[in-house]
Design a protein around this ligand. Structure first.
Ligand SMILES: [Mg+2]
Length: 169
């Protein structure tokens, strides 16, 4: 199979501090080593793809435009440090959404479901067998595995140290 290698990255707790539904510019605090890790993976040919559950939308804490704006700010901040994020997939759905537009009992995009990864794989001609995911919760790892992608649990610290150990660099 031809296809690109990709690294799928959870957002909160992997690229940025999980301060509890971050969505405002002042909530954007990069995890140590986050940009260095993505730069390293970019150099090795990996397309970096963010896959993030954002139930704050369903919970009425912020809207989709704010979510998209915050994600764009993150991508820009990382690009300023030479780290290229190729695509962002965010899932605003939740079973107990206040807003019925976002209420879904088990949305295929909401991790541990693999919908966002499967769409990214199709959209960007990614080879799952050459790809891996880094998440900070078991549901991230499950979503990866269900998309045929290896998943690795990041439990804090420096993301670039974690990535170097993963890839043996
Ligand atoms: Mg997370």
């Amino acid at each position: 199979m031809t296809g690109l290698p990709a690294v799928f990255l959870d957002r909160d707790g992997v690229l940025i501090e999980d301060s509890g539904y971050p969505h405002l510019p002042e909530h954007l605090k990069l995890i140590p080593g986050a940009t260095a890790a993505v730069r390293r993976l970019n150099r090795l040919g990996y397309l970096a793809v963010i896959v993030t559950n954002q139930s704050g939308v369903a919970r009425g804490m912020f809207d989709e435009a704010q979510m998209n704006g915050f994600n764009a700010l993150l991508v820009k901040r990382m690009a300023q440090d030479g780290a290229a994020i190729g695509a962002v997939y965010a899932c605003p759905f939740h079973p107990e959404a206040r807003d019925e537009r976002y209420r879904h009992p088990d949305h295929p995009d909401r991790k541990p479901n693999p919908g966002m990864l499967l769409r990214a794989i199709a959209d960007h001609d990614i080879d799952p067998a050459k790809s891996f995911m880094i998440g900070d919760q078991p549901r991230d790892i499950e979503a990866a595995q269900r998309a045929g992608v290896s998943g690795f649990l990041f439990q804090g610290g420096d993301l670039d140290v974690f990535v170097r150990e993963l890839i043996g660099a």
